[in-house]
Ligand binder design. Structure first.
Ligand code: ADP
Length: 378
């Protein structure tokens, strides 16, 4: 019985598949393929040319072996026969599979074919193992940098919010004439400072929330509440905006039991995002309908339907991505952050809910939120 061994190159360098490759870790004569095609001396050796290996049936008396191996290491270890096959992966040689035998020996074509096919399989397995390892390392690197990014965003957002709240607070006091009367220009400029400050705060809060979701630190504060009341309160918040654009809001929430156990603030945040979009991207004098139902799976379905500008079909999946804003420059709508829907989606998914959108350009959009009646985190 001959002995089979496998030697793989230690480094993953890019040795090209070349008749003379650097295989210094391998028994030297067995790995030099030059002789394999240059001076076949036996029938078995001819068949070798077909399967591109190297076979010596009588090492001690084989002139080719002496020519190829000046040191004669394999023969000096007492072996009298040997064969070697390259272990390849694509265009690289990863190593060799070699067999040695203490006595002279003829290798049958089937044996050589079997050995070559083992070498091929080893090549495939090594390549797969390498790819798997590279993927694992890349995943680890990505997770690390994602964590660093989330931590950076969380710290930055915190540091930015403190001075921003002061800017908003003091400009609000000036607008309210707490420091004396203002002329019309001063009032206008201060209102712009206030509006921009509030917008910036909205962006920072959204970024902070996104960072929290990404790092798994968004904690849900679950409580029982009435959906009808939560909807009415959120409608109250967006009413001034709707009035300004003369957009009517109607609610149809005629379900028997409207008590749910979810995160109330996050529910209102999602609804606020949907309603403010339904108003912002609506035509003047348009309307918004809120419909609340419970589906067969005992989940709540909240629909916000507007009669606004609509969204192109190919844009629908993109609107849930971070910082995506369509229609920039084409509509005179209030500026947004491009984060509202992305954040809403993540908040809903954290509670095993979902959000989808349907739309018809020029006719309006419908956003559907599905949520369990009771948050799975309770
Ligand atoms: P933004 O702060 O810009 O509103 P969102 O994440 O809430 O960010 O929405 C992303 C983009 O999706 C918006 O910029 C807008 O182009 C589009 N969009 C969202 N809601 C609607 C809607 N009801 N009608 C038309 N377009 C919408």
């Amino acid at each position: 019985m001959f002995k089979i061994s496998i030697q793989l190159r230690k480094s993953s360098d890019n040795a090209r598949l070349n008749p003379i490759c650097d295989t210094n870790a391998l028994p030297e004569a067995l790995t030099n393929r030059q002789g394999a095609t240059r001076s076949p001396t036996t029938n078995t050796f001819s068949s070798l040319a077909l399967i591109s290996g190297l076979v010596f049936e009588d090492l001690q008396h084989d002139a080719r072996y002496r020519e190829l191996s000046r040191a004669g290491t394999v023969a000096s270890l007492g072996f009298q026969a040997g064969a070697a096959f390259p272990i390849r992966s694509k265009d690289k040689i990863l190593g060799t599979l070699h067999v040695t035998n203490l006595t002279k020996r003829q290798f049958a074509p089937e044996e050589l074919q079997l050995l070559e096919s083992i070498a091929q399989q080893v090549g495939v397995a090594s390549e797969n193992a390498k790819i798997f390892e590279e993927l694992r390392e890349a995943k680890e690197r990505a997770e690390l940098s994602d964590r660093a990014k989330s931590d950076f965003l969380a710290n930055m957002s915190h540091e930015l919010r403190t001075p921003l709240n002061a800017i908003i607070g003091f400009s609000q006091m000036l607008v309210d004439k707490k420091a004396g009367p203002l002329n019309p220009d001063q009032k206008e400029f201060l209102s712009d400072i206030l509006k921009s400050g509030e917008h910036l705060l909205e962006v920072i809060n959204d970024v902070l929330d996104l960072a929290k979701v990404a790092s798994g630190k968004l904690e849900l504060k679950v409580q029982s509440f009435s959906l009808r009341e939560a909807i009415a309160e959120t409608c109250g918040v967006v009413k001034p905006m709707a009035d300004e654009r003369n957009v009517a809001i109607n609610v149809d929430a005629s379900i028997d039991n409207d008590i749910v156990t979810l995160d109330l603030l996050r529910f209102k945040q999602v609804l606020y995002n949907l309603l403010s979009n339904a108003i912002k991207y609506n035509h003047a004098n348009g309307n918004v309908k809120i419909a609340l139902t419970v589906d067969e799976q005992k989940q709540i379905r909240l629909q916000v339907k507007d009669t606004g500008i609509g969204i192109e079909e190919e844009d629908l999946p993109r609107i849930f991505h971070d910082f995506v804003q369509l229609n920039i420059g084409t509509t005179k709508v209030q500026q947004g952050t491009g984060l509202g829907l992305a954040l809403s989606k993540k908040i809903l998914e954290q509670q095993k809910g979902s959000i989808t959108a349907e739309s018809e350009v020029g006719h309006g959009s419908t956003f559907t939120v599905v949520l369990p009646l009771v948050s799975p985190s309770t």
